[in-house]
Design a protein around this ligand. Sequence first.
Ligand SMILES: *Cc1c(COP(=O)(O)O)cnc(C)c1O
Length: 498
Amino acid sequence: MLYTSTRNNSIKVSASQAIAQGISEEGGLFVPCSLPDFSLDKINSMVEMNYINRAKTVLREFLTDFSEEELDYCVCGAYAAEKFSSDKIAPTVNVNKNENILELWHGPTCAFKDMALQLLPYLMTVSAKKTADGKTIVILVATSGDTGKAALEGFKDVDNTKILVFYPALGVSPMQKLQMVTQEGENVAVCAIEGNFDDAQSAVKSIFTNNDIKNELAQKNMMFSSANSINWGRLVPQIVYYFSAYCDLIEQKRINLGDEINVVVPTGNFGNILAAYYAKRMGLPIKKLVCASNSNNVLTDFINSGKYDKNRDFYTTTSPSMDILISSNLERLLYHVSGENADMIKSLMSSLSDEGKYEIGEEMLSKIKELFAAGFADENSVKQTIKEQFESFGYLCDTHTAVAVKVYEDYVSNSGDDIVSVIDSTASPYKFSKSVLSAISEENSDISDEFKTVDELNEKTGAPVPDPLKALKDKKIRFENICSKENMSEMVFNLLNI
Ligand SMILES: *Cc1c(COP(=O)(O)O)cnc(C)c1O
């Protein structure tokens, strides 16, 4: 299978080139030139497999330049049972009637980013051996909170890699920050930036495409790559769990083979929901892809109107991993629904970077509306939803998941479409203890100490606290750097000691 760029159709690279490079040289994103077809028989054969074998079945079709041994090494290393708090890896849990929750946060950092970032370092080092022999890969990450920690944990002490993470100083939860600044490993560095996630992401993107910086790195035998969801190696592992959830639903007799389901995704950078779109195009019976946003509802407006406009107020919400106004992966969807029209994508994206907005035509919009529904949840309804889910069904969800649950409920009552649905749960409630506790408890709790909050939430709900979060209490703070977005490239050189 070959990959091309959303901004230049003449580019054709292998999976390992796409993964090692991260982003195409002209700034486009790598996309598969064609998609594999999964028949119902093939999906049926996956039902009795465990997660590792389901993953191999899907990934084999995309990573065609990986040998079977390499694939096995990558997948078994990434989804080793001892790293996950569920032996299902990503269990599908029924909450009420047709509402099923796909729990994607049983990995080492307690957010869904682990599903991809446990695998990416394996994919990247195998890819680099094939395409960039001997070079040290420098992973540069802009994070809204969860990616940074998951990438640090995935890449720590991986040979021939270094990883630098930038996070918005005021845009992450206390637990997210603590997870990052205490990160262990010899090849890692973390820095806060004065700005929001979009500032960090734009600065990282411009460092990636800056030829002077690239040349300087090349002289030291280093090359940049990306662990953000602009990297194909981040996206492809996410396709797996949609197939896996469908198989779980068959196993649990909630659906029959071939039945359609809806999928609801709390969305920020549009990576997770895009993986569901690919799964649908590969033959997984998904009816609607429901895109759930928080108060930063730029995607809701786009899917409903065809107008993307990031010139609007930016809200810092209780679901910080979705506080994003530039959803990078939307570019991939636009490329596909435009009929692979790279020239059009180039002009839409330059209008996005020049004016902060663009508008698509009627034809593209109607294709998108056929595939997607969209909605958003404000802060009040997030809180209300956490409380209701807990009180009515005994299910404790985090703030991001609550956004999706609320949008799901709205979607069902507005459309009447109440078929079996899978709602992605993207983080452990303990990553956002303060917000979750204040949603379920009327009392004024002592929220000055993160770990007291965790304990209180645990006492009130009985939900188990994940071990990796418990362990943070005794870890030493290692990183206290902070810089302005203008000084990020300087910081990169500092942190790399060059
Ligand atoms: C990253 C993240 C999201 C958003 O996922 P995208 O793939 O960027 O759309 C949602 N919830 C949590 C907890 C996350 O960490």
